[in-house]
Structures are given as structure tokens and as C-alpha cells.
Design a protein around this ligand. Sequence first.
Ligand code: HDE
Length: 691
Amino acid sequence: MSDQSRKGAVDSTDQPLTTNQGVPLADNQNSLKIGLRGPTVLEDFILREKITHFDHERIPERVVHARGAGAHGWFECYADLADLTRAAPFQGAGKVTPVFARFSNVAGERGSADTARDVRGFAVKFYTDEGNWDLVGNNMPVFFIQDAMKFPDLVHAVKPEPHHAMPQASSAHDTFWDFVSLTPESTHMLLWQMSDRAIPRSYRMMQGFGVHTFRLVNAAGASVFCKFHWNPLAGTHALVWDEASKLMSADPDFHRRDLWEAIEAGAYPQWELGVQVFTEEQASQFPFDVLDPTKLIPEEWLPVRVVGRMTLNRNPDNFFAETEQVAFCPANVVPGIDFSNDPLLQGRVHSYLDTQLSRLGGPNFHELPINAPQSPVHNNQRDGMHRQAVDRGRVSYEPNSLGGGCPFQAGARGFQSYPEHVNEDKVRGKPASFAEHYAQARLFYESQTPPEQAHIAQAFRFELSKVKTLAVRARVVAHLVRVAPDLAATVAEGLGMEVPAAAPLGDLAPPPPYAPSPALSLLARPGTTGAATRRVAILVGEGVDGAGVRAVCAALLRARAVPLLVAARLGPCAVAGADSIEPDLTLESAPSVLFDAVIVPDGAQRGTLAGAGQALEFLRQQFRHCKPMYAWGGGAALLAAASLPVDSGSARSDPALLVAAHANDDATLNAFLVALAGHRAYQRETDPPRV
Ligand code: HDE
């Protein structure tokens, strides 16, 4: 497989410094002056070249999805799909296609924090044998609006308010909720955005969706509709909101670092690609329009067929050259993939190339190594800013005879738009089939487990309590009355307001009830990688059971988890039953939110840890954030000192709060590993929290 990003790679090992003109430099430290204390001369081309380049180092950030992280990898097809599509990545079991994926936040600026409550972008560029195919999706399968015409309004509403540029990376402000409260079609997406999907534990632990209905087209020209799904093998797991907000200061790069470290450690993130394939006839049977991007097709109605797997196995060599300059575009399709008439998708087909022309400074950004296809490019497009290709000959038009007719049209081998029959009037408007907005919002809510439902209510309460305009709050809750009266009542109660009348339906009949779809719960997808890559803090200090710590670390490593020794101070620590141990991190620099679980060894109840407020705070936060906790011997006393219910009946009914008499209690340690794989003990939650 060719190596996309290493095209154009520069290695300066053993090389002298030069200017951009290749002139070797004798002194890169001092400017040229008239006397050592005199003025700098205009002639100093070395200084001017260096400063001028620096002055132009920044490019505009993406107007949305500015903050993100990417990685290289490959896609492997499980089975030949030639009956459905002629798209190159699906031609034969075992077919491998290189990919570059970028995950992103939507609202925040390039330097904002990773764990803001937000939709996440999930964009994959397939470098196929027949050109680049970009599947530019999100981690939620629906969207806020039904027509591209409304996108600038949506984005203006959610971005920082223009008069004072606040708040950063947050939808919790008046303009966003004003817009969505006046846009009932947003209601379904709002339920997703207020759910735990908006605060993923890791990019590696979130689903991706193409959102729109697409077309697959086979070699005979027959077409079916298709929805794309990415399912992470690590399962779908989320943060809790209090943790997510604390993480914004503890590590603003939390998701970026997580992706980077997993790949560096060889724990390559993987997702399976699935398709929901359906005919126009089937589409006409659904009680919603498949061209409406605020609707999903429940998996219980139409199963997701798994067709391949993506593995991300290599971090970029250079963030700017690759992750920043990569340009995804829904218009980048290959023979075998085509668009549907979803009016949101139709607008996207225009927007991406257009915005990239200004973001990347001209029409030749497809030549950048990260964007260049791996299949050959031959056409008569010429010139423009920063052109790299040196096109030879005098022919740059078609048809021609002087160039032997080349490059020639590929005919049946080339991309051909699916010849859908359309016989309609040209009109501005929206079909009646797009008019119903609450049934799927209710479906989503009713398909969540009780803790997930509670988190949705808390998120609405949090966001709306930041909205100052009471009428806006009331309009949002009026939509929630249509979705689920109990949700509306809980939110209204938190906001100290009466439950308003349900939002008006106009001439529409009340929405049809749907049976819940358990597949819509995050908890339905625990994944297959168990405790692997989970970060476990082991609190250590003078006199802890060192032999026990070693044994527990070994068990965690066998489960491919990541044990980290956290102490009050760095430097060797004298321990019982072993030589001294070397802590990895301190309580000061590595607070609780950076870990998935905590272990408290025997001996931790004495000495520095017992007197450290940070240690007690660490344990309380681990408890509050529902994380697995394991103590042995006297370590349990430190949990008790943190006022955790370690001796009470509730501890015994909490499968993630585990206490053993000694370190070699394998059954309790195994129960801890099971809890670690299970991620969170939400049954511990109360509203308001106990600690
Ligand atoms: Fe985007 N979107 N979008 N979007 N989008 C961009 O393109 C746009 C939408 C998505 O990692 C922009 O190069 C319009 C849905 C991702 O580089 C821009 C509409 C979905 C990324 C743009 C939508 C997405 C973008 C900004 C409504 C999920 C980041 C920078 C008609 C299916 C890709 C850029 C990356 C980026 C336009 C709605 C996903 C402005 C007009 C729906 C993952 O062109």
C-alpha cells in the first residue's frame, strides 16, 4: 500500500540549515546590523525571509469543525458488494483501501477544549483505486435542519454571540436556543445533542454516521438507497458532564491525546462499517421521508449489514500538513456511490469545495499530499495559485486532435450520475413528508436507559439555565412536552417554571408512536476490547503495599489497561514488600478526571496521602463520576476518610466499588476488571450528587 502522508516528507537529519532558496546558512541566530548595537539593515534577506514566512504561517480555521484530530489507516472489505455497488473499496473480500480520518468538535474554535458538549465530526477519506471518496459524517445520525438554506443561520446561532464573542465552544446561550426553539425540526437532534453522545469518552468510542440517505450503484447501473454507520470495536462510552467540564481545564487536549497515545501504544482504534440498504419501494413504506436528515431508520426495522473494518494505525507526521490541510468534501464520490435528493446533502455538495478555496488559498489544494488521490489525475484544469503539477505539452482542452485526444473520457468506466427520473415543477418549499418533528425525538428518548434519560434532562436543565430569555426557555420546554411529558416536567422543575402548553402542531395529526429501539442506547454497545486502554490511577505513597501494587499493575497490563502510579510528589517512594517505586504522576498535575478508575493499596491510609486534600478530592470525584474503585487492606480507610459509603450496604450493592482484604484476592480484582470494561456504575448517581 502506498503511503499517503509521506509524499513530500522532509527529513532534516544530518542536513545543514538553508534558506527557502536552498542557500546554506552560517548564522541563524543574529540579524545583520551596522555595528553590534546599531540598526538592522534592509539587506538582511535571511531575517526578512524568516520573519515573512512566520508572518503568514496561519491559515483561516474551518468555519465549523475547526478543532479536530486525525490519523491514517486502512479500510478492509469483509465481503464483495459488487451486486450493490461498483465502488472500489467494496470489490472483493480482503480488499484494502488506505484512509485518513479526522474527528472534530463543531462549534469551538481551533484552540478550544475537546470535551465541550457538542456534536463530533467523523470524516473519512478513502484513497480508492478510482479517486477519493469522502464519507463526511457525524457521531449522531440526524441533523438540526432539513435544508441547506438554514445552515448559516444555525451556525451563526450556535457560535459565540457576535457582540462580545462569548461563549466559546458552547451551545448554552440564548442565540442557539432561540434559533432551535423556533425551528421544531431541530427537536430530534437536540435530544441527541443533550445526550451522552455529545460528551464521548474518546473518539475511539463513538459511532459515526453518514446521516443522509446515499445511493449505491452497481456496474449494471441499478441503484439502492443506503445509510452508512461506523461502529467502534471499543464500544460506545461517554463521560459524565461534571467530568467533561472539569476535563476542559485538566486537559483541553483530552480526546486528541487519547487518540494519539492509543495509536502510539499500538492499540489501534477500529470501527466496523455497516450499511442499511433499502429500495425506493421500501423507502415509500416508512412513516417518514428518507430524504429528511432529521430522521433515522431504526436498526430494528432495517438491520445494519457489516461490510468492512477501518483500522487507524499511524499518527500524522505533521499536524498542519495533514490534519489541518486535509479537505473533506461530500462531493468527493467515486463510481458506485451517488447522492440522494436530501436537500441538506445537496447544499453540502456545494459548500465544502467552496469554503476550502478560501481556507486553503486557491484551487490547487487537491495537490497537497494529504488530499491528493492515489490514483492518477489527468485533466485540462491548469494554473492557479500554488500549482504543483508541471503539465507538459500544448494541449489543455478537450476535444483535441493535437494531443491524440488525450486525456480521453472514460465512458462506461467513468463516473456516471444515476439517471433518476424527475418530473416536477421548480418550486421553493418543503414537502409535507418533512412536517412531523416529534415522533423520532420521542423514539430516541424512550429508547434510552434510565441513567441516560436522566442525563438528557440534566443537560437541558444546564443549558437552559444559561439562557437568560425566559420566553426562549418556555418555547424549548413546549417542544419537550411533545416529546415526553416527564422530561418536560423534570426540566421545567429544574428551571423553576410551570410546564408550558405543548408546542402547536398546526394541521398535523399527533405523531404515531414507535416501539423503542434499544440499539439507540450507548449502553447497548459495550464493545469487544474490554478494559484495554482504560487509564487506571493507583494512588501510592510512602509505606504502601509495594508487592501488591506490582501484582495489580501486572494484572492490569495483562488486560491491556494502562496503570499509572499517582503520588503526592514525584521521586522514589519507599514501599512495603518491594524496592522503592517511582510514581508516574502527581495528584497536582493529574486530577481524577484523567482516569477511568482508581485503585487504593493497603498503606495508602497512612502518610502523605491520608493528609492530602487532593487525594480525598480525587476519590470523591472518582465516586461521583461513577468510576470503578478498588481498595485492599487498609486502603479502604482512605475511601472512608473521603466519606464514601465503603462500609454501608450501598457499597455492597455497588458493583464498581470493590474492597478486598489483600492484594491477591483474584475474585475481587477480576470483578474490578469487569467493572472497568463496563466503564461506569451509573446506579451510583443521585440528583443532586451525594459527593
Ligand atoms: Fe459540514 N461543513 N455542513 N456537516 N462538516 C464543513 O467544510 C456544511 C453537515 C461535517 O474534518 C465545512 O472544510 C453545510 C452535516 C464534518 O475537515 C463546511 C451543511 C454533517 C466537517 C461545511 C453541513 C457535516 C464539516 C467547514 C448543511 C454530518 C469537518 C470546513 C447543508 C453528516 C470535516 C470544511 C473535517 C465541515 C458545510 C452539515 C459534517 C462549511 C453547508 C449534516 C465532519 O463546508
